[in-house]
Design a protein around this ligand. Structure first.
Ligand code: EPS
Length: 383
């Protein structure tokens, strides 16, 4: 069984995570994990908080001498903001308190959470709902990335849209073009216009959403299953990505585009390259019948503009039952570039259970051995 859990409030002492099911003898590159954490912190459109935080992983369990033990891995990422006396007075687990927040932000967890958990102070809801928590998902996903990379499975992403500015569809892209773009868009001209759009939204006290694409290369045929609904790889991936704050839609391959197309325009025909079966297109996004089909997995994700606007939306004061603008808290204008990194993490985390179900193994040696035998068996089946 593979499982993970995160805990932590946005302004609490730390974010913690547990990852269970990673085989033994995976050598971990901690610098690489910290680099991934830094990539999530970047991106044009972030707010002042990201100048305070410098996310770094600390291992508490499951790793010795730089290698996984096969036991549950426990990690922590500390919140630097918590070291500020004002924040500590608010959030100290034993003595924290302060003026309760009363005006829910439309689009945020504030209102539903206040009623659900019977919280008069909206801070008791928003602290966990905050996307700060995604730092831990990225941390756990970065550990999974190293496991998956050992099996030849690599996940990347780019930003394809911010607000009304859309980059042309890219079948593939150069990762250095993504890394050198402040909005993680490999199309330079579209990237420039995205930055202008973020500046305009900031000037108007508004926020912007957008889209990003996650692509997985190196996943061989047969991960996921058509046996039961919960085993379908497309459902597993979509559920994980939908589990991100701000995500409103997930598409695989042509996605919603298939609704308007004919069958002849929607599928990927089979051809032969000598003896080899090939697919000249990848409209299915690498998944057929709930199973990977050997083509790259392509997931397109739409995120909403974040609900904390500096020009607050109309709301109500739940304590006084009066009209009042939504609570304004320090926030970002656009999180799409950061969300793309979180999307990579969610895809990696979601791939773990079906990949481990397919190949199994308690140690990396065993898992890689199983993968190689599976690949060899697939190669001779129709030989
Ligand atoms: C967030 C509000 C901002 C963001 C935060 C998410 O935090 P603060 O209220 O401290 O200014 O910076 O994101 C992060 C801290 C992060 O690490 O991504 C929110 O309300 O969701």
């Amino acid at each position: 069984m593979f499982a993970y859990l995160t805990a932590g409030e946005s302004h609490g002492p730390a974010l913690v995570g547990i990852l269970d099911g990673i085989p033994a003898h995976l050598r971990l590159d901690v610098e690489r994990i910290n680099e991934t954490l830094a990539r999530r912190q970047g991106g044009y459109g972030r707010g002042a908080r990201m100048k305070i935080e410098q996310d770094e992983v600390e291992f508490l369990a499951g790793v010795r001498g730089g290698e996984t033990l096969g036991s549950p891995i426990a990690v922590v990422v500390h919140n630097r903001d918590y070291l500020t006396p004002k924040v500590r007075a608010l959030m100290d687990p034993l003595t924290g308190g302060g003026e309760p927040l009363s005006n829910p932000r439309p689009g945020h967890a504030d209102y539903a959470g206040a009623l659900k958990y019977r919280q008069r102070d909206l801070r008791n809801v928003l602290e966990r709902a905050s996307a700060r928590e995604t730092a831990m998902r990225v941390c756990l996903g970065a550990i999974c990335a190293q496991f998956l990379a050992a099996l030849g499975i690599v996940t990347r992403s780019y930003v394809s849209r911010i607000g009304a500015v859309e980059a042309p569809d890219l079948d593939d892209w150069t990762q250095s073009d993504v890394e050198s773009s402040d909005v993680r868009c490999p199309h330079a001209e579209a990237g420039r216009r995205m930055i202008e759009a973020i500046d305009a939204a900031r000037a108007a006290g508004d926020t912007l959403g957008g889209q990003f694409v996650v692509r997985v290369d190196g996943l061989r045929v047969g991960v996921g299953s058509n046996r039961q609904p919960a085993q379908r790889l497309d459902g597993i991936l979509a559920g994980a990505v939908m589990g991100m704050q701000t995500v409103k839609a997930v598409e695989i391959g042509l996605g919603a585009g298939v609704a308007a197309k004919r069958g002849s325009e929607s599928h990927d025909v089979f051809e032969l390259d000598g003896e080899r079966v090939v697919r000249p297109s990848n409209r299915a996004g690498g998944i057929e019948g709930g199973m990977s089909n050997g083509e790259p997995i392509v997931v397109r994700v739409s995120v909403k503009p974040i609900p904390t606007l500096s020009k607050a939306l109309p709301s109500v004061n739940l304590h006084e039952r009066s009209r009042a603008p939504a609570t304004i808290v320090r926030s970002d204008v656009c999180v799409v570039p950061a969300a793309a990194i979180v999307g990579e993490a969610m895809v990696r985390l979601a791939l773990m259970a079906p990949v481990l179900e397919k190949y199994g193994g308690d140690s990396m040696e065993e898992t890689i051995d199983n993968l190689q035998r599976s690949n060899a068996a697939a190669a001779i089946l129709f030989g």
